[in-house]
Design a protein around this ligand. Sequence first.
Ligand code: ZN
Length: 311
Amino acid sequence: MMNTFLQHIWQRYPLVIEPCEEHESGEKMVFEAPENNAIIALIAPLSECLYHCGISHNEEYDSDVWLLPVADCLRHIDALTVINSATRTLLMKVRHWQKNSVTLLRLNVAHRYYTFETEQQIWGHESNAVSEPLRKRARELTRDCCDLCGYSHPEHTLRFRDGNPENDTDNNLGVCCAVCLFSTRLNRLSANDGVMVYLPTMAPEDVSHLLRTLALARREGNERQKKDAASILNWLISHREETEAYWGTSHPGEFGQALLSASPELRETLQQRLRHVALIVNPELLLNHSNQSGPPLDAWPQLSQHFLCHD
Ligand SMILES: [Zn+2]
């Protein structure tokens, strides 16, 4: 829970805290940067008490909605020895709400998306050179679960979460599956490696699982399954039109170059704007990976029906 809370926070946008109870609706506290950082640091140790109840959307960005019991919040603040001005403001307001029978706080925290990453050449660290002891450590830490889609397999690739292979601290070590790996090297992809499509209704991890299944159907399926796989793939790829209309291209490498050459701030904004864009990896490139088996093929009829009804 702690990882999820801190991992997806985007501190550029305000943190909004409001009472959950209806009789206090309209009451809220808005912490702009940098005060939002102070409050997030304050709340982070309470992550065990936080309950994630969904994502809310507005025009500019998406927010994670978390619930936090007032009692836990006050107990934590009361135990602090040093209190800054942001904490004091929060403390006074939460105490006031508690007097008015508020028991739960709702936190709206901007959600940071980083579906796509780029890979920089760092001299002395060839991307293919895998340090086996580090990969072993990453496997233990992640229990073989892909950082991006959660798919578990012993043959995942080592991943440095901040992109810096010099940083081998535990929280920078992750693993990545054969499908998601393409999304982490966007700038290195050619037009043949995949296509960027607009798919607002599918989460990136679901796209990854689906591509694994499609690759499996193409490799091991019967004629019918292969035919269905081709239809689903066509349906996925047809959404390149929306990407081309809006961004002027569906070439993954061009998106990668844009991310790579952007300033850190613009890069964050681009990541956010790409939240409904998915990379459809050329399934031919997944055929030879032994680690891309997906859901069993006996789940295929249901899966193919689900997607083919979009045609
Ligand atoms: Zn993955």
